[in-house]
Design a binder for this molecule. Structure first.
Ligand SMILES: NC(=O)c1ccc[n+]([C@@H]2O[C@H](COP(=O)([O-])OP(=O)(O)OC[C@H]3O[C@@H](n4cnc5c(N)ncnc54)[C@H](OP(=O)(O)O)[C@@H]3O)[C@@H](O)[C@H]2O)c1
Length: 258
């Protein structure tokens, strides 16, 4: 396999579109997610449409040790990963006090720990071969606190911060790190997070254009990529001007389910 892109959360949404774009460039893939049936359908689609090789790893990234298990499978099959798309992630709607603590822990395991560990186990071989790309799907949520999804927003703040720090540490190694920071996108996310008719998703963007912006940004070695210009402007130039408590009020309103 060559120019291999490993995509976590490749069975739907943004991850599926990242994989489609990667394959359309004639690059091979490793697809990771839990839903094996969807991954198998997708493998057939990509191999016949683009003539690329697609390898599937069915793995639950919320179960501790997932990164090491993935590394073992890659070694057993002599697969070198050149592009890492740390994309799998999950939200969780509701007041922190009302939410199940084990659900919050599982979210942290997926959004933070699996992403960090997978990066740590795959990075040495990228540095050794003096090239590699890491695209972390963060969120615009990573730039602000998020009442009614307090833990989710905090996990994405981790991803934004970690991606930037790591990018600087890797300067001169040939390995690039980019954080994709979308606003609301039409995927399975809304339902999985427990949102029901929140105004937040009324003007959600589509997964393909979001993935395309992320992929192009990664190839251009951008540090942070938003999927909407107005959002980029608001996050960088408007939000910092508002008092913190006003920001909290605005985000709570946006996230409140009618
Ligand atoms: N949609 C939005 O509004 C939005 C906005 C900003 C950022 N994001 C971020 O975008 C990323 C992708 O989400 P999406 O919007 O494309 O949602 P999605 O359609 O629900 O996709 C989530 C993907 O993650 C995988 N996944 C979930 N739990 C997993 C687990 N325990 N182990 C392995 N894979 C798991 C799912 O596959 P399986 O169920 O098959 O395992 C699926 O492929 C997430 O990190 C999310 O936080 C989304």
């Amino acid at each position: 396999m060559k120019n291999v892109g490993l995509v976590t959360g490749a069975s739907s949404g943004i991850g599926l579109e990242l994989a489609r774009i990667h394959a359309s460039k004639g690059r091979d893939l490793v697809l990771v997610a839990r839903r094996e049936d969807l991954l198998n359908q997708f493998k057939i689609e990509l191999e016949s449409a683009h003539g690329v090789k697609v390898f599937i790893i069915v793995e639950d990234l919320m179960v501790p040790g997932a990164a090491q298990r993935i590394l073992d499978v890659l070694h057993q099959n002599s697969i070198q990963v050149d592009y890492l798309f740390n994309n799998a992630g999950l939200g969780g709607y509701g007041k922190f006090i009302d939410r199940n603590l084990s659900d919050e822990n599982r979210m942290i395991q997926l959004n933070i720990i699996a992403l960090t560990e997978l990066t740590h186990v795959l990075l040495p071989s990228m540095v050794k071969q003096k090239k590699g790309y890491i695209l972390n799907t963060a969120s615009s949520a990573g730039f602000m606190p998020g009442p009614l999804q307090s833990v989710y927003f905090a996990t994405k703040a981790f991803v934004v911060s970690f991606s930037q720090g790591l990018s600087r540490e890797l300067k001169g190694t040939g390995v690039m790190v980019t954080a994709l920071c979308p606003g609301p996108v039409k995927t399975g996310f809304e339902k999985a997070a427990g949102f029901n008719e929140s105004p937040l998703f009324e003007k959600a963007k589509d997964a393909h254009s979001t993935a395309k912006k992320g992929y192009l940004g990664m190839e251009k070695n951008k540090l942070i990529v938003f999927n909407e210009l107005p959002l980029q402007f608001a996050v960088n130039w408007l939000l910092p001007l508002f008092p913190r408590k006003t920001v909290l009020w605005m985000i709570e309103r946006l996230q409140t389910v009618k």
